[in-house]
Design a protein around this ligand. Structure first.
Ligand code: PGA
Length: 251
């Protein structure tokens, strides 16, 4: 069965000492809790190996926020999936809307990244979601369906079954404007049905689909209570241990 997951996405925040301190704080707090979800810290590349050393890997997993679309070689400034995996990271966030919007990541590029991540035994946390104009034009289901089809649906059922998905309506990211519980459930159910149509009900039922976008300790419980919402991808509220823990304990 699918897992409940709360994944932090630190984005481009925290120096290395600050990141290590935050990871230690989260790690110490979860040690005392009977967790009902997997906890993931999505850190900048340079933090990965240091953070991996200070957390209990039975309770806290590490994720990168990106990886290269090439395996290795003369790609100055890039970090490969193999390098990410060698730090002890288990996950990699791919297709975040900020990467799509600011760094020109297309569905085709993302498809290469997903394949390389899987070849290196990393689990992609693959992000999809519409911008405000698309929702207002009632195109949000079409947009999300095409992101799934073009980014992921060339994968085999076996490979698709390894993924975690995150639905992040772009208009809710960092804006303080959360999708309503109904909007989240409606889209998550649509995503699951789209997966079922392509790969069958079993694969769809086993896929964790996280919600992301201004999720915080006050709204997490209601969002996570939806049958098709299996946890959250948390930006701003993952930067303070107390807020992040408030979300983790919403399950
Ligand atoms: P937010 O970011 O929680 O700050 O809205 C979520 C995300 O971008 O993953």
């Amino acid at each position: 069965m699918r897992k409940n997951i709360v994944a932090g996405n630190w984005k481009m925040n925290k120096t290395l000492p600050e990141g290590i301190a935050l990871a230690k704080e989260v790690n110490e707090a979860v040690a005392t809790i009977d967790l009902a979800c997997e906890v993931i810290l999505g850190t900048p590349f340079i933090h990965l190996s240091s953070v991996a050393l200070v957390v209990d890997s039975n309770k806290v997993s590490i994720s990168a926020q990106n990886c290269a679309d090439k395996a290795s070689g003369a790609y100055t400034g890039e970090v490969s999936a193999a390098m990410v995996a060698s730090t002890g990271a288990k996950y990699v966030i791919l297709g975040h809307s900020e990467r799509r919007a600011y760094y020109g990541e297309t569905d085709a590029i993302l498809n290469e990244k997903v394949k390389l991540a899987l070849e290196n035994n990393l689990i992609p946390i693959f992000c999809i979601g519409e911008v405000l104009e698309e929702r207002e034009a009632d195109k949000h289901f079409d947009v999300v369906k095409s992101q799934l089809e073009n980014g992921l649906f060339s994968l085999s059922a076996e490979d698709f079954g390894k993924l975690v998905l995150a639905y992040e309506p772009v208009w809710a990211i960092g804006t303080g404007k959360t999708a309503s519980s109904e909007q989240a459930q409606e889209m998550h159910a649509f995503i699951r049905k789209t997966i079922a149509d392509k790969y069958g009900k079993e694969v769809a039922d086993n896929t964790s689909i996280l919600y992301g976008g201004s999720c915080n300790p006050s709204n997490a419980k209601e969002l996570f209570a939806n049958p098709d919402v299996d946890g959250g991808l948390i930006g701003g509220a993952s930067l303070k241990a107390q807020d992040f823990l408030g979300i983790i304990t919403s399950f």
